[in-house]
Design a protein around this ligand. Structure first.
Ligand code: GBH
Length: 505
């Protein structure tokens, strides 16, 4: 009995959060994020053209867990005023949204501007301005016009020009009201999941080849758009511009195993460093270990030219330093168990190029298999970013956890509590320069290949009702309190009743 009360008591103490720090520093900002294709719907109205997700969900619906798609999604194209009301309820400082390229430029190119695309985003931006909510705007969150995919998408170097034209138009039309831009959301997911695999549209699955063609193009396109903003728009619009890089953070399964430690560092270079090193490191270019490993594998495959090569000096220089802030999306940590070819790795592939075996057997559960709850991994990632990239200003552009449709989402609240606590720890103990935090996501939305089966929202959305009613989950009230007090809520009502009852024993 005494034993159990001690155990339960200890659990309760952690649950009650005897955290060292609870209060965020002056100037730290809070927001929530969404993405155009995940919420807007209106996939084929008022001039919008087909994007790669429309194409995938319509022609290969079996690839989506629950057979849903983005045709209507949360219907935010028609209901954006409701979105803004929810933002007001939460009391956020900013709203991270993305623009639908196919709604603005139906051919993908600048030859025809769709007036309704401009109108829609003007209405949304003005509605935000009326409520004093800062927009944080992503140019590309995965919904490429199909017309550009038909030309090869991000595997085609001409995309650098198309992306620049699109960005130029967006800066010109909307930039007077936007102080913060994001060029790309999660370059790794764009290149590896969509070109090197079939986890994201257009699901090209050119493993070990298309993924690297994509990264060459994407990093150059990012750099050109940074320079365009920096030279032409920043002097008048005074904003900042960054990229948001996602990390599955890798840790050794046995921290005392030196080989695993070294392999985890290599895996982090392949995952985060692939896009962060060219932009944020002092020397620039792809991480040396990537070039080395891919060259070795390519030679073994009998290739004349390695599947990934270093940028030339011009591009190393052109890409280096092209982000005002390091935008980080972070959800989870996976483990490295040893050297070799991961059993799930295709050949050739990015994963095989790493040369390590990974596992997801770590941390707590969410509704997503890949999302393991490991708050300390977040702190380690943030400290690693500080030391690897010369102490950059960091903005958390996404963080969150999935459920399967419940309103009393204690697991999500605990996730926020524990991940936010780690942010405070690294700010105060390690001097990591974290400027703001973005919860993914405002409301349950089209979770890509998981459809609506994995829900990340602070608001529940009933997708069987044509009105798409949204209901605040308990975490919405938790987040509202966080935004109001700038302090991690400690109230009992946010704690899992199962643990609450036991503390009274
Ligand atoms: C982010 O990606 C996205 O920016 C956002 O749009 C999304 O809704 C959110 O997170 C939640 O997922 O095919 O099972 O191996 C996060 C990074 C990386 C998570 C790829 C899912 C594939 C899972 N994503 N991962 S699986």
């Amino acid at each position: 009995m005494a034993y159990w009360t001690t155990i339960i008591g200890l659990l309760a103490l952690t649950q009650l959060g005897l955290a060292k720090y609870t209060k965020f520093p002056e100037g730290f900002t809070f927001g929530v994020a969404t993405a155009s294709h995940q919420i807007e719907g209106a996939w084929n109205v008022s001039g919008k053209s087909e994007n790669v997700w429309d194409r995938l969900t319509h022609t290969r619906p079996w690839m989506i867990a629950d057979g849903t798609n983005g045709d209507i999604a949360c219907d935010s194209y028609n209901r954006y005023r409701e979105d803004v009301e929810e933002l007001v309820y939460l009391g956020v400082d900013f709203y991270r949204l993305s623009l639908s390229w196919a709604r603005i430029l139906p051919t993908g190119r600048i030859d025809y501007v769709n007036p309704d695309g401009i109108r829609y985003y003007n209405d949304l931006l003005n509605a935000l301005a009326e409520q004093n909510i800062e927009p944080l705007v992503t140019l590309f969150h995965w919904d490429l016009p199909q017309a550009l995919q038909d030309l090869g998408g991000w595997a085609n170097p001409r995309m650098i020009d198309y992306f620049q034209d699109y960005a130029d138009l967006c800066f010109r039309e909307f930039g007077d009201r936007i102080k913060s831009w994001i060029t790309f959301n999660e370059p790794y997911e764009i290149c590896e999941d969509a070109y090197g695999d079939e986890k994201k549209a257009p699901a090209i699955d050119s493993h070990g080849v298309g993924n690297y063609l994509c990264s060459d193009t994407l990093l150059k396109a990012h750099a050109e758009v940074f320079h365009l903003y920096n030279e032409t728009y920043r002097p008048v619009q005074n904003g900042n511009i960054m990229i948001s890089i996602n990390s599955i953070w890798y840790e050794p399964s046995d921290p005392a195993d030196a080989e695993q430690v070294a392999l985890a560092e290599i895996a982090n270079q392949f995952k985060f460093g692939w896009f962060a090193h060219p932009i944020f490191s002092e020397e620039g270019g792809y991480p040396a270990i990537m070039i080395e490993n891919v060259a070795r594998q390519s030679a073994a495959e009998g290739l004349r030219i390695p599947r990934l090569q270093q940028f030339d000096d011009y591009w190393i220089d052109r890409i280096r330093g092209t982000s005002d802030i390091l935008g980080i999306n972070h959800y989870t940590t996976h483990l490295i168990t040893g050297p070799g070819v991961d059993p799930i790795a295709k050949s050739p592939s990015w994963l095989k190029d790493i040369g390590a075996v990974t596992t997801m057997e770590v941390g707590g559960d969410s509704a997503s298999e890949w999302l393991r709850i490991v708050p300390t991994g977040f702190a380690n990632l943030l400290r690693w970013c500080k030391s690897s990239y010369n102490d950059p200003p960091i903005f958390i552009t996404e963080n969150g956890c999935s459920d399967r449709g419940e309103l009393e989402d204690y697991n999500r609240i605990k996730y926020f509590n524990d991940y936010l606590t780690e942010i405070l720890n690294v700010i105060y103990d390690d001097g990591v320069n974290v400027l703001g935090y973005t919860a993914w996501t405002l409301m349950d939305n089209f979770e890509w290949r998981a459809g609506f089966s994995e829900r990340f929202g602070l608001y529940y959305v009933n997708i069987t009702d044509p009105e798409r009613p949204r209901t605040a989950k308990l975490s919405a009230d938790y987040y509202k309190q966080l935004c109001a007090t700038r302090e991690i809520p400690q109230d009992d009502r946010f704690k899992d009743p199962a643990l609450r009852v036991r503390t009274e024993l």
